[in-house]
Design a protein around this ligand. Structure first.
Ligand code: HEM
Length: 407
C-alpha cells in the first residue's frame, strides 16, 4: 500500500505516551492519521466512530492484531482474530458461559475466596491489594471454570495470568515474561483439555472446561488442544485481570473516603463500579483493518489501513461525559447505559460483534469485592500511589499496600 507522505511512524510515541497518545494528536475532525508498526493507521474516537468501527462491512479483525499481542494477551488464533460466521461460532463459547446464573456463581466463588483470604490477614502486616486480588480471583475463577488447581498452584498461576496482561504492550523484560507465561499456561491447559477428552479427567457439565473441550467449530471439528487452551485462558485470564480494577477500587476508596460507609452497607455499589471502569485506565484502544476504501466525516481511510478506536479517550470525552476527569459515581444514578456509551470493554452488542463478553463477570466480581473492601478496617501507609498514563496497562505503582487493623 502506498503511504501518505509526511506521516511519521508513531510506534515509539505510542510506547512513550501510552493512553494520551491518541488524545494528544486529535485536532479538527478528531481523526488521527499516522503509522504504527510501519503500517498506515487512522485513529478515531467517540460514539459515532464506535458505530462506524463496529460495522463489519467497514472493519474486520483478521490480520489486525499484531503478533506480539497474540503471543501474550490473546493467544494465536483466538476469537479476537476471527470475523463473520467463524467469529460468531467461536464467540458462542463465551456467550454460553456468561448467563445470569453463572455470573452469580462466579461472584459467590469470589466472595468466598475473598473472605477466606482477607479474614486471614494478620493485623499490622502489610498486604499488596493488587497481588492479593489476583490470587483470590485465580482461585475462584479456576473453581468456577472447572479447572483443577492445587493450593500451591494458585500463586504461580495468578502470577502468569497477570504477566500476560502486564507485558502485552511493551518491549523488554515485561514482554518476555508475558510470552513465557503464555507458553507455560497454554501447555498446562492443553494437557487438561486432552485429559478431559480421553476421559482421564471429568469436566463438570456446563463448566468453561467442558464447553471449550466439546466446542465444535463452524466446520464441525473440535478445537485443537492448544486452541482450546487459548480460549480457556480467554475466560480465566481476563477475569483475573479484574484485579487491576480491585487495586483501582483501593485507590479510589483512599482518595474519596466519603463513599466508604455507603459502599460497606451495600449502597451505590454498581454506580461506583461503573465509575471505576470509566475513570481508571485499562484497555487504551482497539484495532481493526479497513475492508475497503472508506470515508469517515470526509476523511479518507484507504483499504487495508489499520483503524484504531480510542476507548480511553471515549470514556473521557466531554461530548459523552460531563467533567470526564472527575471521579463521580453518582453520574450513573438512573443513567441508562447505551451500547456506545461506556466502552472500557468495547462497544456495540457482544452477541454480534467483538465487544467483550465478560462485562457481566467484571461487574459481578467487583460488586462482590468492593463492599467487602470498603467494610474492612485498614491503614494506608506512605507509598507511591501514582498511576502513570504512560504505562500500558497502567496500575498504581505500589499495587496499593494496606495494613489491616486489629478486628
Ligand atoms: C478486566 C476487565 C476486562 C477488560 C478491561 C476487558 C476488555 C476487553 C476489550 C477492550 C475487548 C475488545 C473488544 C473489541 O475488540 O471490540 C475484550 C474482548 C474480549 N474479552 Fe474482555 N475485558 C475484561 C474482562 C473480561 C472477562 C471477565 C472475560 C471473560 C469471559 C473477557 C473475555 C473477553 C473475550 C473472549 C473477548 C474477545 C471477544 C471477541 O473478540 O468477540 N473479558 N475485552
Amino acid at each position: 500500500m502506498r503511504q501518505p507522505r509526511g506521516v511519521l511512524d508513531s510506534s515509539l510515541a505510542v510506547l512513550l505516551e501510552g493512553y494520551g497518545w491518541m488524545p494528544n494528536r486529535r485536532a479538527g475532525t478528531g481523526v488521527v492519521h499516522t503509522r504504527v508498526l510501519g503500517q498506515r493507521a487512522v485513529g478515531l474516537c467517540g460514539p459515532d466512530a464506535a458505530r462506524f468501527f463496529y460495522d463489519e462491512s467497514h472493519i474486520r479483525r483478521h490480520t489486525a492484531i499484531p503478533g506480539p499481542i497474540q503471543a501474550t494477551l490473546f493467544g494465536r488464533g483466538a476469537v479476537h482474530t476471527l470475523d463473520g460466521a467463524a467469529h460468531r461460532c467461536r464467540k458462542d463459547i463465551f456467550l454460553t458461559l456468561a448467563t445470569p446464573a453463572s455470573t452469580a456463581a462466579l461472584a459467590d466463588a469470589v466472595a468466598q475466596a475473598w473472605e477466606a483470604t482477607a479474614g486471614a490477614w494478620p493485623p499490622g502486616q502489610p498486604v499488596v491489594l493488587f497481588d492479593e486480588a489476583s490470587r483470590v480471583i485465580t482461585r475462584a475463577v479456576c473453581a468456577f471454570a472447572g479447572v483443577p488447581l492445587e493450593d500451591d498452584e494458585v500463586a504461580p498461576v495468578a502470577r502468569d495470568l497477570v504477566a500476560m496482561v502486564d507485558g502485552f504492550a511493551t518491549p523488554g523484560p515485561r514482554h518476555w515474561r508475558a510470552r513465557a507465561a503464555r507458553r507455560r499456561r497454554e501447555a498446562w491447559l492443553s494437557g487438561v483439555v486432552s485429559r478431559v477428552r480421553s476421559g482421564a479427567v471429568a469436566a463438570n457439565p456446563g463448566s468453561a472446561l467442558e464447553v471449550v473441550a466439546t466446542h465444535r467449530e463452524i466446520n464441525g471439528e473440535g478445537l485443537h488442544p492448544r486452541l482450546a487452551a487459548v480460549e480457556l485462558l480467554n475466560v480465566i485470564r481476563p477475569t483475573v485481570a479484574v484485579c487491576w480494577f480491585v487495586a483501582y477500587a483501593g485507590h479510589a476508596l483512599h482518595r474519596w473516603p466519603e463513599y466508604r460507609d455507603a459502599l460497606a452497607a451495600g449502597h451505590g455499589v454498581t454506580e461506583f463500579v461503573q465509575e471505576l471502569r470509566r475513570f481508571y485506565p485499562f484497555a487504551p484502544f482497539i484495532g481493526g483493518r479497513a475492508v475497503r476504501d472508506l470515508s469517515w466525516h470526509g476523511e479518507h481511510i484507504p483499504a487495508g489501513a489499520m483503524v484504531l478506536l480510542d476507548l480511553w479517550g471515549h470514556n473521557h470525552d466531554s461530548r459523552v461525559w460531563e467533567d470526564p476527569f472527575v471521579f463521580r459515581p453518582e453520574r450513573f444514578t438512573g443513567r441508562e447505559i447505551g451500547q456506545f456509551d461506556l466502552v472500557p470493554q468495547g462497544a456495540g452488542d457482544p452477541r454480534t460483534n467483538h465487544r467483550c463478553p465478560g462485562e457481566s463477570f467484571t461487574i459481578a466480581v467487583l460488586e462482590a469485592v468492593v463492599p467487602r473492601l470498603a467494610a474492612l478496617s485498614y491503614e494506608v501507609p506512605e507509598q507511591d500511589l501514582t498511576i502513570s498514563l504512560r504505562r500500558v496497562p497502567a496500575r498504581p505503582a505500589s499495587g496499593v499496600v494496606l495494613v489491616p487493623s486489629a478486628r
